[in-house]
Design a protein around this ligand. Structure first.
Ligand SMILES: [Fe+2]
Ligand SMILES: [Fe+2]
Length: 276
């Protein structure tokens, strides 16, 4: 395939009891049905509360399986717990090996690599970074092997948490450490990626749409497919809206389209919580 059309959705936060978010997913499903990309990637937080409700993950998987195109998945902190940071508060649900295994049992994968249209696509589990659990070092070794077989192709990385706010040298702050790949793993990951031609880092997690370039790497933050978060709860960095991102890859080039599905609405987290 010399052209590859990819749709990124993120932070769907699905649960059978949350009809508003399911309605937004159906609007996205209709859009995907109309546009028929080659692949859909959900970059994490598929479920509303996977660590305490395996049923949320199962519900999310069933809705994705009903899509008319292939899907790939990455975990978010609401799917298998969060990672500890050097300076931030301890997460309520730290990522653990059993939670990761539960995610894999239901969803089928937590990292992947495939090649299309002259590109190498790599998806990473960002929640096990900094945990010290066995799968963290396994993933690091696996990544080193994948990066060693890129053969000069441009690389697109998909990952739930953004690498950083603006630059690799941004200081880690207590108030926002949980938003990005935590140190010291961030530094290690950036060093590993420095050995290949990294053109794109596509992330989710922040529930804000953003698109910026540092060096020759474009960083695309996909908005949540489900809900936005008010300024009372979270600082404004990019654009607070629901939506999705579409990509067109060709050998040595790619295009990014920031879109919303027809009928997709801007639900606020407070309204989701009120409906529970
Ligand atoms: Fe999320
Ligand atoms: Fe998240």
């Amino acid at each position: 395939m010399t052209k590859f059309r990819l749709t990124q959705i993120s932070d769907t936060h699905l649960a059978r009891r949350l009809q508003l978010l399911t309605d937004n997913f159906h609007r996205i499903s209709e859009h995907i049905n109309a546009t028929r990309p080659d692949l859909v990637i959900n970059s994490g937080d598929l479920s509303f509360d996977g660590p305490t409700s395996r049923g949320d993950l199962e519900f999310a998987k069933s809705l994705h399986e009903a899509l008319p195109v292939p899907c790939r998945y990455l975990p978010g902190n609401h799917d298998l717990g969060d990672n500890p940071t050097a300076i931030g508060p301890v997460p309520t649900h730290p990522a653990t090996e059993p939670l990761r295994q539960s995610f894999i049992d239901v969803i089928g994968e937590d990292r992947w690599r495939f090649d299309e249209a002259g590109w190498c696509f790599i998806g990473l589990n960002s929640l096990i970074m900094n945990t010290g659990i066995e799968s963290e070092s396994e993933q690091t070794d696996w990544l080193a092997g994948q990066l060693g077989s890129v053969n000069g192709k441009p690389v697109a990385l998909f990952i739930h948490k953004p690498l950083y706010l603006d630059t690799p040298d941004d200081p880690e702050l207590e108030s926002s450490a949980i938003r990005y790949v935590p140190q010291p793993r961030r530094k290690q990951l950036i060093e590993m990626l420095g050995k290949v031609d990294l053109r794109l880092v596509a992330s989710g997690h922040v529930h804000q749409r953003r698109d910026f370039t540092f060096g020759h790497t474009r960083h695309v933050w996909a908005p949540s497919a489900g809900f936005k978060i008010s300024e009372a709860r979270q600082e404004l960095i990019g654009i607070k809206e629901t939506g999705l991102v579409e990509y067109r890859f060709a050998p040595d080039s790619f295009e990014v389209y920031h879109v919303r599905a027809p009928g997709q609405i801007d639900i606020d987290l407070d309204d989701v919580l009120k409906a529970m």
